[in-house]
Design a protein around this ligand. Structure first.
Ligand SMILES: *Cc1c(COP(=O)(O)O)cnc(C)c1O
Length: 367
């Protein structure tokens, strides 16, 4: 079965091998050297001044940012499950919040953020997804961050890049915290969350905030190439291995390839009658709205050996989402669009003539 869900993504063989070595104790010079290497590579990838790796799923990093970087009022952008989650985290922590809500295919607008910041001068942190994975939507996070800083230079901008880091180059000029997670574009098993910080964010992070997610003590330890609590040693070893795998051709090549696969997939799907769901599609996944999405997904799973993701909440049964993150062999992506065309034939919706595969290959190899 081809795993084509936008997280978790398949873990490459070389990474699985690297993680199969004997367990190291985390308080040893051996592990500190491994940690140092992973930290330096991560800082470079994120393009930020500081970073931490914490043992938790991505949501832990989202909560850690709320705890450490928002003191008075949060502005959260809800255009899907993950933006909604920032709002729920604020509620759970009794933080005041203002939420801008959008349909899941609609990106947040700069003018709505402007208006909210003018109306609520006590907003001290803005939380947004780079890619909102619920609908495969790309928010204009760079433009929003820039405008927010013009209005309030002290505001903290927290960008959830869990389905964007490792997918595309992100301009972090106006971003104070950039969140990443292991099980998406970085092709690792779940369980490692990573956050990059601007030096302004590091200065703002207060002491005595929370216990496990006390980022001040975590940063202090990680600057010494160790962690406050037991490090996720196996995943940190895996992180170096995935850097090794990606760096054979480099991140720029990965970004270009991801973009080429996403464009070819989109062209192929449009050629057989689908349209993309989001107004501004992210490169991390290809998302289609279709009344028969569930039947198509089921056929792909049972007949054509492809596992792709569906929709959630009000879009349950109405979306399919095809992963584009990671080092994906292009023939696998070509098979996915081919399988979807075959499924349309099975459902009596469109007779098969090989259009999807042809358009995919033309766009990928000949454009
Ligand atoms: C997957 C994902 C997360 C994190 O989810 P976890 O299940 O906690 O790892 C957060 N934000 C986005 C945009 C995601 O796609």
């Amino acid at each position: 079965m081809l795993l084509f869900t936008p997280g978790p993504t398949p873990v490459p063989e070389s990474v699985r091998q690297a993680m199969a070595t004997v367990t190291l104790h985390h308080r040893t010079p051996e592990f500190e050297a491994i940690f140092k290497e992973a930290r330096e590579r991560l800082l470079k990838l994120l393009g930020m001044d500081e970073c931490v790796m914490i043992a938790s799923s991505g949501t832990g990093a989202m909560q850690a940012c709320m705890l450490n970087l928002c003191k008075t009022k949060a502005l959260t952008i809800n255009a899907g499950k993950f933006g909604e989650r920032f709002g729920k985290i604020a509620d759970a922590m009794n933080r005041d919040k203002v939420e801008l809500k959008y349909e899941w295919n609609t990106p947040c607008s700069v003018s709505d953020v402007e208006k909210a910041l003018h109306e609520h001068s006590d907003i001290d942190a803005l939380f947004i997804q780079v890619c909102e994975s619920a609908g495969g939507l790309r928010h204009p996070v760079e433009a929003i961050a820039k405008r927010a800083k013009e209005i309030n230079p002290d505001i903290m901008i927290i960008a959830d890049g869990i389905t964007a880091v490792g997918v595309e180059y992100i301009d972090v000029t106006d971003i104070d915290a950039l969140i990443s997670g292991s099980q998406k574009a970085l092709m690792l098993p779940p369980g490692l969350a990573m956050i990059g910080f601007s030096s302004t964010a590091v200065e703002k992070i207060g002491k005595g905030v929370d216990y496990y997610f006390n980022l001040a003590s975590e940063i202090k330890k990680q600057q010494q190439n160790t962690t406050a609590y037991t490090a996720a040693t196996t995943l940190v070893i895996g992180l170096n291995a995935i850097f090794d795998a990606i760096e054979v051709e480099g991140f720029d090549a990965l970004y270009a390839n991801t973009k080429a696969r996403a464009s070819a997939t989109q062209a192929a799907l449009e050629a057989i009658g689908f349209s993309m769901y989001p107004q501004t599609p992210a490169l991390s996944m290809s998302t289609v709205f279709d009344e028969d999405a569930e039947a198509i997904r089921k056929l792909l799973k049972t007949k054509y050996g492809v596992n792709m993701a569906g929709g959630q909440d009000h879009l349950k049964g109405k979306l399919f989402r095809i992963n584009q993150m990671g080092l994906i062999p292009v023939h696998e992506s070509a098979w996915v669009v081919n399988a979807i065309e075959l499924a349309l034939d099975d459902l009596g919706k469109r007779s098969f003539d090989g259009t999807a595969n042809k358009v995919f290959n033309k766009k990928y190899y000949k454009a």
